[in-house]
Write a protein that binds this ligand. Structure first.
Ligand code: GLA
Length: 733
């Protein structure tokens, strides 16, 4: 064919077919262009007018066909198919029983809106394979949940890959923002440039991983914290995951997400991709963060009666580690209660013969050497102090040195003839092995039934490696589903018990685990310096009230840093606050400071935990990080600004606020003036630092700003803002 020839394309008068799905501020348009094939997402952005001509919108995006290309356009459908000539990454890879590729050509069966969901059903006639995509909206939310399902026909197939409905990535997005990290340094936000080819983020660890919170953002050029367009995806699955962004040779970019493990489907079986959470916003990173936070609050997490308002925790881990002594623990509990703690969490070391991390996982019976009368006396003591009681467990694990392993070595994931490394001296229990999940349910149910426990810290401290069951079948997906089933069953039996998801800190955080838990242990780092950064960026997807954040020891155990009590306590109160140190080490001054910050947390938590968070842009080179939480009713806010390094400038520059009403007046005061007594600010004449504070309009605060005092590295300013009952400034004055 020469470049002058116009290929003759099959015509169908009724094409393209278009469908739209709207949230409060967002529209998604899908269009099927060709031969009744699967549709493509052709629009994902600001809500379109009700009478927008979708056919014209889609027709305007008809791809021209160049030389040296197939004579038909290859659509980037919600499931780009090898069988339709997709030359990039397919959304589905299937083989038959003889390992022959199945070249699907799905044809649309039905597309319909049901209960706020756009449901697309298609079938590949020769094989009977069924494909179903769901885009689900939820009341008052701008996040769309989507997943794909593949159902087998008459014959069995192996599915090597099934992506959730494939999304286009805007060709004008300037870069990707994603999370990279490690143990004690989770949620490191980083920029990645687009480049031709595939960018792959994958966890094969049987958990989301400290290194890969499964989410990605696509800011448009000029997108800042509080302005500009941005799209995002979070993949809600707590095990292995794959996020893939491909820049195709024809200029298109695609985004896929799924579970990177083959699945065998017998006739009638259905495989689901698991759910993605799609977000769009046009007011910067703060806005998209708010949309995810609000969605999580209203549609994912269910709080328990005793979990709200969010009680201050005392966790004994960094105080005693495995060295449980009832007198010490009762002493710590008393001191913690006096400082303001409301829930005492007994961490690792209470069961089996667990004197260190080499034994006893699986033996979920109280260690009577340490607790001769069981846990009841400690629980009674704790409750007598007015605190509730929480307990650490790590149900999915088994120590080779345990009674459980001696009785049921076949429950351990340790494939025959292969070396399975231990991690922290432990192995993983195969929850799909007959009897294993039942055993765990019985143990946990007994603990929760026999004791007044209203909280479990559910840990998961190692990767799944060589993840196959006793028959050698892949387990990454099924193990995670079995964890969900166990959690669901326990929650149904004990609905009053709150559960925290911990995996050596933030190794397992996603919306599917949060549908079954109410808190995440964001990181094993109690270092407020590291925490400040992590929490700042984790807020893009997680609201404060589910982010466990503890006041750690003066000398941080995971970094060796020494940090002031004001900075430690101030950082903790921006999450779900707790203490985790040997309270006996505290000086009188430290106790006073901790009590002051704890009381402040308690006074404000009710509204803080439903507030909207705004990231602020300090005018420096990254030495400070700041954010504001604005009450849902707009009547008050708190501004937190942390200095993390020696500022490069000799004084501070104005910090512009966000999220306020232009013409309302606000009284702003520096709440922690007392912590300003030392250098580096010798003198600050701003009325901000007086008890009366100053009064300014929202517009002035947002566009002119405030100059805060100069802070030492690792210090924090807390500014209170209250909307005051004065006539608003006139909009025209
Ligand atoms: C993990 C958790 C810690 C602590 C220990 C107990 O490392 O992240 O917070 O509970 O286990 O062994």
């Amino acid at each position: 064919m020469t470049h002058r020839e116009q290929p003759s394309l099959p015509t169908d008068d009724t094409l393209p077919h278009c469908w739209r799905l709207d949230t409060v501020r967002q529209t998604l348009v899908l269009a099927a262009f060709f031969n009744n094939a699967l549709p493509c997402v052709v629009y994902w952005g600001a809500r379109l007018d009700a009478d927008e001509d979708l056919d014209a919108l889609a027709a305007a995006l008809t791809a021209p066909i160049g030389n040296n290309a197939l004579d038909e356009p290859i659509d980037l459908s919600i499931c780009p198919e090898i069988g339709r000539g997709m030359y990039g990454q397919p959304g589905l890879v299937v083989h038959d029983a003889e390992q022959r590729p199945v070249l699907t050509q799905f044809t649309l069966g039905s597309v319909g809106l049901h209960g706020g969901a756009l449901v697309i059903e298609a079938v590949d006639r020769p094989t009977g394979l069924g494909y179903r995509a769901v885009f689900q909206t939820r009341a008052h939310s701008d996040i769309i949940e989507s997943h794909a399902e593949l159902s087998a026909g008459e014959t069995p197939v192996t599915v090597a890959w099934l992506s959730a409905p494939v999304m286009p990535v805007s060709s004008t997005a300037s870069h990707m923002l994603e999370f990279a990290g490690r143990w004690t340094r989770e949620f490191g936000l980083r920029e990645v440039a687009f480049a031709r080819g595939v960018h792959l983020r994958e966890s094969r660890r049987g958990r989301t991983g400290h290194d890969h919170f499964p989410a990605i953002l696509f800011p448009e050029p000029g997108c800042t914290d509080n302005a500009g367009e941005v799209r995002a995806l979070h993949f809600g699955f707590s095990g292995a995951h794959r996020l893939l962004v491909e820049c195709l040779a024809d200029g298109r970019r695609q985004l896929q997400a799924g579970v990177p493990e083959p699945a065998h489907l017998a006739s009638g079986d259905v495989l689901t991709s698991q759910t993605t959470y799609l977000g769009w916003a046009d007011a910067g990173l703060s806005a998209i963060g708010q949309r995810y936070q609000q969605h999580l609050r209203h549609h994912v997490v269910t709080h328990t009666a005793t979990g709200w308002p969010r009680p201050v925790h005392y966790n004994c881990w960094e105080a005693v580690y495995f060295d449980h002594d009832i007198d010490t623990l009762t002493d710590l509990a008393g001191r913690a209660a006096a400082l303001g703690a409301e829930r005492f969490v007994l961490d690792d070391g209470w069961f089996g013969r667990r004197d260190d991390d080499t034994t006893s996982l699986g033996d979920w019976q109280v260690d009577t050497r340490k607790y001769p009368h069981g846990l009841a006396p400690l629980i009674e003591h704790v409750r007598g102090l007015g605190m509730r009681f929480g307990l650490w467990v790590e149900p999915e694990m088994i120590s080779p040195d345990s009674d459980l392993a001696r009785a049921h070595s076949e429950w351990m994931i340790a494939p025959n003839g292969r070396h399975q490394p231990t991690a922290r001296h432990q192995q993983v229990l195969d929850l799909t092995a007959p009897g294993a999940a039942e055993y765990l349910f019985t143990c946990l149910d007994a603990l929760l039934t026999e004791h007044e426990i209203d909280y479990l810290k559910w840990d998961m401290n190692r990767d799944l490696t060589l993840a196959v069951d006793g028959d050698g079948r892949p387990l990454l997906r099924r193990q995670t589903l079995a964890v969900y089933a166990l959690l669901d069953r326990l929650r149904a039996r004990h609905p009053r018990v709150e559960i925290e998801s911990c995996a050596s800190g933030g190794g397992r955080i996603d919306y599917a685990i949060l549908a079954r838990t109410q808190r995440v242990w964001l990181s094993d780092s109690n270092d407020a310096h590291e925490r400040w950064r992590m929490q700042h960026d984790a807020r893009l997807f997680l609201p404060s009230e589910i982010m466990g954040s503890h006041v750690g020891p003066r000398l941080c155990h995971t970094s060796g840093r020494r940090l002031s009590m004001a900075f430690r306590a101030g950082t903790a109160l921006t999450g779900h606050m707790g203490f985790e140190m040997d309270v006996r080490e505290l000086t009188e001054a430290e106790q006073q400071t901790l009590m002051r910050y704890t009381a402040f947390y308690k006074r404000n938590r009710q509204w803080l935990h439903t507030a909207l968070d705004y990231r602020l842009c300090p005018g420096d080179e990254g030495e400070t990080r700041a954010h504001m939480s604005v009450a849902a009713d707009g009547q008050r806010f708190l501004l937190f600004s942390a200095t993390l390094e020696t500022p490069r400038s000799e004084s501070t520059t104005p910090l512009c606020l966000a999220g306020l009403a232009d013409h309302a007046r606000y009284r702003v005061t520096l709440w922690n003036r007392e912590d300003m007594t030392a250098p580096p600010t010798r003198f600050h004449a701003s009325p901000l630092v007086t008890p009366e504070g100053l009064v300014l309009s929202g517009r002035a605060l947002m566009h002119s700003g405030l100059r805060l005092p100069i802070g030492f590295p690792d210090s924090l300013w807390v500014v209170i803002g209250e909307r005051i009952d004065l006539p608003p400034f006139s909009a025209t004055a």
